[in-house]
Design a binder for this molecule. Sequence first.
Ligand SMILES: C[S@@+](CC[C@H](N)C(=O)[O-])C[C@H]1O[C@@H](n2cnc3c(N)ncnc32)[C@H](O)[C@@H]1O
Length: 297
Amino acid sequence: MPGQRTLFGTDITIASEYSNEVAVTLHLGDRLQLLATIPDGEASLIVTSPPYNLGKEYEEDQALGEYIETQAATISEAVRICADDGSICWQVGNYVDNGEIVPLDTVLYPVFRSHGLKLRNRIVWHFGHGLHCANRFSGRYEVILWFTKTDGYYFDLDAVRVPQKYPGKKHYKGPKAGQLSGNPDGKNPSDVWIMPNVKANHREKTKHPCQFPVALIERLILALTEPGDLVVDPYIGVGTTAAAAVLTGRRAAGADTMPEYLEIARERVRQAAAGTLPHRPLDKPIYDPSLPNGGHR
Ligand SMILES: C[S@@+](CC[C@H](N)C(=O)[O-])C[C@H]1O[C@@H](n2cnc3c(N)ncnc32)[C@H](O)[C@@H]1O
């Protein structure tokens, strides 16, 4: 995909152990092993989609209390490595137990609060596809909890503005009559993000059963970090966070216990650096069957 922004060349360094000299670290092993090697306050953003305890091939079956303890250990390390002006974003859905759903953000929120973190947004990620439920309404959203370590946090809204719905709309009365009523650079993308999830026919799909889309992480990285900053994903899977970091000129570090996922992650990082990563651009409109060509340009 020519024309993508990338500050790294095709000779990008990908290491297996963390050092502040390398662009990308992809560590094979437990997330706590990797996190222990990252100095206090070094990361501007820790963003992840942890295992949801749903019995996927990479998960041990844990009771909910044990799951929360495991997550608490990861969160504690995330807080330690987070910069004072940095952010922590946890992307989660529901744990399902015998047909009863437990929204994981609700059970993990107290863990974040116990570290004094402040919730800035509970972003709802809405997507159109998923399991069709017979005994409850089908789930079509997950959430991202965005916490900051302090009140002096970095946030660049201008980096992630989206087009206004009515770009030329003007105030029709009052002292600003005749002037544009919206910001010509675009509007705040809000806390509801509509983006397709990575299912079989998505261009980003790999063998991983639950990747998040590049655009979801790209928006967080652009708004919450600056070029050259370090972005850490403790459960990096097939490297979506690292690929998004490279696309936007940030450094990345992540761990996964599955070698086959890391192999794909390394390839995706190389593609991101070379400008050839197959991915759905952040500004691509959602398919709308009522519009010509589904509204796609
Ligand atoms: C929900 S997936 C993350 C997928 C990732 N966001 C992506 O887009 O590829 C969770 C990942 O955590 C990994 N994992 C499970 N236990 C782990 C552990 N103790 N340390 C590091 N990674 C682990 C799994 O192998 C899985 O790839």
